[in-house]
Design a protein around this ligand. Structure first.
Ligand SMILES: *[C@@H]1O[C@H](CO)[C@@H](O)[C@H](O)[C@H]1NC(C)=O
Ligand SMILES: *[C@@H]1O[C@H](CO)[C@@H](O)[C@H](O)[C@H]1NC(C)=O
Ligand SMILES: *[C@@H]1O[C@H](CO)[C@@H](O)[C@H](O)[C@H]1NC(C)=O
Length: 264
């Protein structure tokens, strides 16, 4: 048993860097899951990122009326963001969609591209967006540390299988369960820090390339949404493996988000 875990650890340990290394061919999937309805996820943002010489795609979440919470990987090296709010489809005409361009972002000062610690960034829209039935802020930043073995929602436009590198045209979401960090360390090793949380779906459900930056949401009664995580990494062995996917825990960054959005 022990040697099996060691083997798995050795094979899989480079995985945290995968989402960074591979960002040219899109970032982190939703495997499994179902197509979301915009009324369930009016905060979700599709982000096309332009860097110097290459482009990539990320997800994010509207916070307040002028800020998008996303991953550090999604803003690091960026020069321009094109952000779509209010629609589930990336391409179909939708009168509720609004599209913004901006180049203003804040990367967490301690973001580490190798360990993916502090993988969080904020994007500021040029002007406040009007809330509608299709465009609304998440209700709360994480109210406390996320419990283990809790049901939360993952979502994103990421690729829906390992073989098909195309983004999903429709936003997918899936119900997954938070893993104790000790359990996640068995798979990913000591790269798993307190500031990260792993989630595990039924079968192989979880995140994939293109989902990076998308929120992990704890749903309260009456549709109240708590932003508890940010999609950060998947297993080096691919998204369709039953291995968990990794998220930045929001609650440790509430002060940074609060300060950055208040002071800029
Ligand atoms: C690849 O995925 C895209 C988006 O989900 C889909 O439209 C397309 O049909 C898929 N291609 C293949 C060969 O399965
Ligand atoms: C947020 O601002 C407060 C008050 O200025 C400061 O004490 C605190 O260190 C800041 N925290 C972060 C994470 O920026
Ligand atoms: C942000 O900071 C203000 C004080 O500067 C505080 O009243 C508020 O509760 C904080 N909000 C969050 C989400 O931490």
């Amino acid at each position: 048993m022990f040697s099996f875990y060691i083997l798995v650890f050795v094979l899989i340990s480079p995985s945290l860097q995968e989402a960074v290394v591979n960002r040219n061919n899109q970032n982190t999937r939703i495997i499994g899951g179902h197509t979301a309805h915009i009324s369930q996820v009016p905060f979700v943002a599709a982000i096309n990122v332009e860097g110097s010489g290459y482009n990539w795609f990320c997800g994010g979440a509207l916070y307040g009326n002028q800020w998008i919470i996303t991953a550090g990987q999604c803003v690091n090296g960026a020069t321009l963001f094109t952000i779509r709010l209010g629609a589930i489809s990336l391409t179909e005409p939708d009168e509720n969609r609004v599209t913004f361009s901006t180049s203003t972002f804040f990367l967490h000062p301690e973001f580490n591209t190798e360990t993916l610690e502090n993988d969080i960034g904020l994007i500021k829209l040029r002007m406040p967006v009007t809330h509608t039935s299709y465009i609304k802020s998440v209700n709360y930043l994480a109210l406390s540390k996320l419990w283990d073995n809790t049901h939360v929602y993952v979502m994103g436009w990421g690729q829906t299988s390992d073989d098909n590198g195309t983004l999903s045209d429709d936003l997918k979401m899936a119900l997954v369960t938070t893993l104790p960090n000790e359990e996640c360390k068995v798979i990913f090793g000591n790269q798993i820090k307190e500031s990260m949380v792993c989630v595990d779906g039924q079968y192989n459900e979880g995140a994939c390339h293109g989902d990076t930056g998308s929120p992990l949401i704890l749903l309260h009664p009456r549709g109240v949404t708590e932003h508890v995580g940010i999609s950060s990494f998947v297993s080096f062995n691919g998204c369709e493996t039953p291995e968990p996917s990794g998220y930045t825990r929001t609650y440790l960054y509430n002060d940074w988000i609060n300060n950055t959005t208040k002071n800029n």
